[in-house]
Design a binder for this molecule. Structure first.
Ligand SMILES: Cc1cc2nc3c(=O)[nH]c(=O)nc-3n(C[C@H](O)[C@H](O)[C@H](O)COP(=O)(O)OP(=O)(O)OC[C@H]3O[C@@H](n4cnc5c(N)ncnc54)[C@H](O)[C@@H]3O)c2cc1C
Length: 755
């Protein structure tokens, strides 16, 4: 018996049996979800030895001249029209002229190819559009993002028949049809595959002829655009009890297009999601008949709905909410920095207090890293990949970091942001945050179950090969394949252990990095962290196997490390793409130090909680013999980041580019004006302060400032007064335009459900 045979039969065989017992068993829906989409940079990170040059060679996303013209034209025009306060508290919807504008300018067809009448924008352009609109109104942003994300458009493009595409896509692109997508039902939220919405294969009359089709019954809720949708992309469980199609009875989850004017369809009622006015509501169908050709992809796609949904989710999820989140963080950075400069307490701008600077620094770095990750993700999507794991990372972490940035901005603005009214530019964003956290896969589930769960299986260099070998029916072939994958895995594991040991024990000094100027030490630290992550992932998988799926807290921490590695890679890439701007270094340093400290903290938590104490001890010895390596950004870096937000500079403009800057005398335009005047009058105000003179006219008389400067100071003071003003209302104005009646009725229907 040669060595290979000996290894295969005497060593690999028992391990094969053991692996069959410990590795996770998966339902069909789980494995379809796991296998959907592509892997990209996260696979490099999983090797423990990422090839940095590959990251740096990724083309920087850019707008074409046509896309730039759209940003400068229709997007700017739409933003000028939007008045979020009025939409929220007076209109309760986007006004008709905005719906018309959005449809006419094909905002609903950004992802639709030109040959079907769409705009065929890149992922980056699509993201830029959402980002700018989000800086004006979350309601408008959600309205525009939904038809371009998971839904009929994306599903038709990926799976529709040519006939379906030719019919539907031009109508969707022109806004003649408004789509929505119905998956969630009262009993099936996160566990969407457990829906009870049903379709039965049957014969019925369609346009005067008897045809084979589906009788549908559904009750969906939370469906965005449903109250105004003309076509519903519906997910349901399809059955063929009378065997009209074949032997199989349970055909599985299927997705069809259902025109909402068919008999039996009920739509129109609205939910009120966190007081955001985008259209969202329940929909019901009772015995609605559709012919088979309404199934997306036709008969070939019957029962394949879950796979289709997972594949479609992989694209849109990486764009919509991450773009909104990046916009929110940049918006918080620009407004909070400006406010902290013009709002004075104890005789100085509040932005000079370290407590406020701490928050400003955090907001600035969040804006920097979120936008970095958004751009990198768009670059990946624009290379034609459907990024399943990365889009989950982006969705969960971008929305979570947005929440932190918005909270910090609220705290710095204090009463100004708490009191609602047209002068409050933060309150509605604060209310919108939980929507982002909940939709497209609620964050707890995504963080604790999906990111590492899917990441490990899809992006690990050997795990999927081993799992596939275990599933192989031919036992001899299974053992041969398993033997090959397993021993390659062992070799890889030994190399990883060596790398992790050397890189950690040298504090990252003996660690690969490209020639990247001042960023070079951070590449070394990331290479150290990536090797440690690869090692610890292997130990966690080896010692816990399938049980890791239930150990959600451990899985979440591993997922957090993977997510941080992705975000920090994006930060390094952004610094390179931006031309290694020295002035941006504080933002780079803050983002990197904060992320590295999070990674180290998660490692420490894993060492403390891994059930196998020997494995935990060994990993700790190799990775953190003296405890965490990094402890977060230095205070002086936080202060420098805060200062970036409080003074005009190219760095501040880069950080907040693409945000709408307000119109007329609205709250944002007023803040921008006060900020500019603050810069313009700084010298004059300093001169007055030194001379202990408060009145500009006196300062002119004493020769401390000129008459023109006195005028500017007076104007500045007026602008600041407008910024710090908040709204008040007559009691009768707070009747909220009939909202009370609607609330009472909704209350009744919820009460009825409880009885
Ligand atoms: C404003 C809004 C718009 C929406 N738009 C649409 C739409 O257009 N189309 C559509 O089909 N759906 C839509 N949804 C539905 C949305 O996708 C669901 O709300 C979401 O999937 C979560 O379901 P749920 O709210 O029922 O929460 P639940 O499923 O009840 O979950 C409650 C909590 O438990 C957590 N949880 C559940 N299972 C696990 C697990 N295994 N491990 C860890 N944590 C877990 C979740 O993360 C969540 O935090 C929308 C929802 C909202 C609020």
């Amino acid at each position: 018996m040669d060595w290979h045979q000996f290894r295969r039969n005497r060593i690999s065989q028992p391990i094969f049996g053991w692996a069959q017992r410990v590795l996770p068993t998966m339902s069909e829906t789980e494995s379809e979800a796991l296998e959907a989409g592509d892997v990209w940079w996260e696979a490099d990170l999983f090797t423990g030895n990422p090839e940095w040059q590959r990251l740096l060679d990724t083309p920087r996303p850019e707008l074409t001249s046509e896309e730039r013209a759209f940003m400068d034209g229709p997007v700017e025009e739409l933003c000028d029209m939007l008045d979020d306060w009025k939409i929220t508290w007076e209109d309760g919807d986007l006004p008709d002229e905005m719906w018309t504008f959005i449809k006419r300018n094909r905002f609903f067809g950004m992802i639709v190819p030109k040959k079907y009448g769409g705009l065929e924008f890149s992922a980056f352009a699509h993201s830029e559009v959402i980002r700018t609109i989000s800086s004006r109104s979350a309601t408008a942003a959600v309205t525009v993002m939904v038809p371009n994300s998971l839904g009929p458009g994306e599903l038709l493009m990926q799976f529709g028949t040519e006939e379906q595409r030719e019919y539907w896509l031009p109508r969707l692109a022109r806004g003649e049809e408004v789509p929505c997508f119905g998956l969630t039902s009262p009993e099936a939220g996160s566990d969407a595959a457990s829906m009870t919405d049903s379709g039965i294969i049957c014969r019925d009359t369609w346009k005067g002829e008897e045809v084979l089709g589906i009788r549908l019954n559904w009750h969906k809720r939370y469906i965005t655009l449903s109250p105004v949708a003309t076509v519903l992309g519906l997910a349901f469980k399809l059955r063929d009890p009378n065997h009209l199609l074949g032997d199989e009875e349970e055909l599985g989850i299927t997705v069809a297009l259902v025109p909402t004017d068919l008999p039996g369809v009920t739509t129109g009622r609205r939910h009120l999601p966190s007081f955001q006015m985008f259209q969202n509501g329940p929909t019901e169908g009772k015995d609605v008949f559709i012919p088979l050709d309404h199934v997306i992809g036709g008969e070939a796609q019957l029962g394949k709905g879950w796979k289709m949904l997972m594949a479609a989710l992989a694209a849109g999820r990486g764009i919509s909410l991450p773009s909104l989140s990046a916009a929110a963080a940049a918006f918080c950075a620009r407004t909070t920095g400006a406010y902290a400069r013009v709002r004075e307490q104890f005789g100085i701008p509040i932005g000079k207090f370290e407590g406020v600077q701490e928050r400003l620094g955090a907001i600035a770095a969040t804006a920097y890293r979120l936008d970095a990750a958004r751009r990198l993700t768009c670059a990946g999507l624009d290379s034609g990949l459907k990024l399943a794991v990365i889009s989950a990372i982006m969705k969960a972490h971008a929305t979570d970091q947005m929440r932190q940035a918005v909270n910090d901005a609220m705290d710095v603005h204090a009463g100004k942001a708490v009191i609602d009214g047209p002068s409050n530019y933060l309150g509605n964003l604060y209310r919108a945050v939980p929507v982002g956290i909940t939709v497209e896969g609620a964050n707890i589930l995504t963080r604790n179950l999906i990111i590492f769960g899917q990441g490990a299986i899809r992006a690990h260099p050997y795990l999927l090969k081993e799992m596939n070998a275990l599933e192989e029916e031919d036992r001899e072939l299974a053992l041969t394949r398993f033997d090959e994958a397993f021993w390659a895995h062992v070799g890889h594991g030994l190399k990883t252990a060596g790398r992790a040991w050397i890189r950690n024990w040298s504090g990252g000094l003996i660690s690969p990095s490209p020639k990247a100027g001042k960023a070079r030490p951070y590449y070394r630290q990331l290479s150290r962290a990536a090797a440690s992550f690869a090692l610890l992932s292997d130990f966690a998988l080896l010692t816990l196997g399938g049980a890791l799926k239930r150990k959600e807290m451990l899985s979440a921490r591993l997922g957090d490390i993977l997510s941080e590695l992705y975000f920090l890679s994006a930060v390094l890439k952004r610094w390179e793409d931006d031309g290694r701007q020295t002035e941006d270094l504080p933002l780079l340093a803050y983002s990197m130090e904060e992320g590295l400290a999070t990674i180290d903290r998660r490692f420490a938590e894993l060492f403390a909680n891994l059930p196998n104490r020997f494995a935990a001890g060994l990993c700790k010895f190799l990775i953190q013999p003296l405890g965490p390596h990094r402890h977060g950004p230095r205070d002086k870096v936080a202060v420098r980041c805060a200062e970036i937000l409080m003074a005009p500079s190219a760095t501040r403009d880069r950080l907040t580019s693409g945000l709408h800057r307000g119109r007329g005398n609205d709250a944002i335009a007023t803040l921008e004006r006060a900020f500019s005047l603050s810069v313009l009058t700084e010298k004059s105000r300093d001169a007055m302060r030194k001379a202990a003179i408060d009145d500009p006219e006196t300062a002119v008389a004493t020769g401390n400032i000129t008459a023109a400067e006195a005028e500017q100071v007076a104007e500045y003071r007026k602008a600041v007064a407008a910024v710090i003003a908040v709204d008040d209302f007559a009691p009768e104005e707070l009747a909220l335009h009939g909202m009370g009646g609607e609330q009472r009725e909704t209350g009744r229907s919820a009460q009825a459900a409880r009885m």
